[in-house]
Design a protein around this ligand. Sequence first.
Ligand code: GTP
Ligand code: MG
Length: 301
Amino acid sequence: MGTKTVFVSIVGRANVGKSSLLNRMVGEKIAAVSNKPQTTRTKITGIVTKGETQYIFIDTPGMHKINTKLSEHMLDNIKEAVKDVETAILVVDCTKKIGDNEIKLINSFKATGKRVILAVNKIDLLKDKSDLIELLSNYSKLYDFEEIIPVSILENDGIDLIFKALDKNAQEEPHYFPDDALTDQPEKVIMAEIIREKALINLNDEIPHGIAVTIDEVSEHNNRNNEPVLDINAVIFCEKESHKGIIIGKKGSMLQKIGKDSRIELESFFQIKVNLQCWVKVKDGWRNREGIIRNFGLTNK
Ligand SMILES: Nc1nc2c(ncn2[C@@H]2O[C@H](COP(=O)(O)OP(=O)(O)OP(=O)(O)O)[C@@H](O)[C@H]2O)c(=O)[nH]1
Ligand SMILES: [Mg+2]
């Protein structure tokens, strides 16, 4: 049997559901998802092999206006993902009008003659599906999309149609990853992202954007019942002393909640008991400090 491979960038403005789509396609939760814009900060690769075809997805940060050094790196990641890959999925939110971010992305497709599938997401939010017709027609005037597919990633509606559309773009090539691979992210990055997602989900307002998580130590020991336990030492960084207080919460309650939610997902992902220690530290205005951004692994890889 010949093997086929297709590389696909997933792009779109913040909060439209790109990482949710990645997780759906891969069939496992590998990318952080939250209702806060700019959840994703780097390129995240998700891999699915179905029969002869390997699909390699590159999730990207949401397209946005630059406001920090970190966001410059995030935009570089998007540019590179559009440039390097022949096929893209543009994800848009069906409840939002076409905006500058969509226009910018479409212009970059035009410059490279990209093959693009338009996934019009969140159709579960529409009471009247006829509202879609005008939006789909407006998008079709902007670019010669290979296909325009209304989807609800939340309700797993239309995902099979995206796979079908991608099959047309698969090339006769060897598979780049083992057939059971899900992602190329190192385990420590997956751990840090799970914790950052739980912090994003639990915290309000401006704090989430200033959070970074590092995993300092991972080791394994056997508990009294002789079961293996993964010991994880994590640090949640924030930008201000006042934010540290909020992340820790009254009598440590917020940090406990973030830690508990994280532990449950870590145990389910890694299929092992987890003992998680989370610390909170301040790094003043780190999102504008190049060296720290680099240390956190958030520069363009
Ligand atoms: N109602 C509805 N919500 C959805 C759907 N897909 C995703 N969402 C929600 O939209 C929010 C954003 O989802 P993400 O997958 O993090 O979006 P993203 O495009 O990766 O966002 P950034 O990484 O910030 O650019 C989350 O609260 C999701 O649960 C959908 O089909 N319907
Ligand atoms: Mg995302």
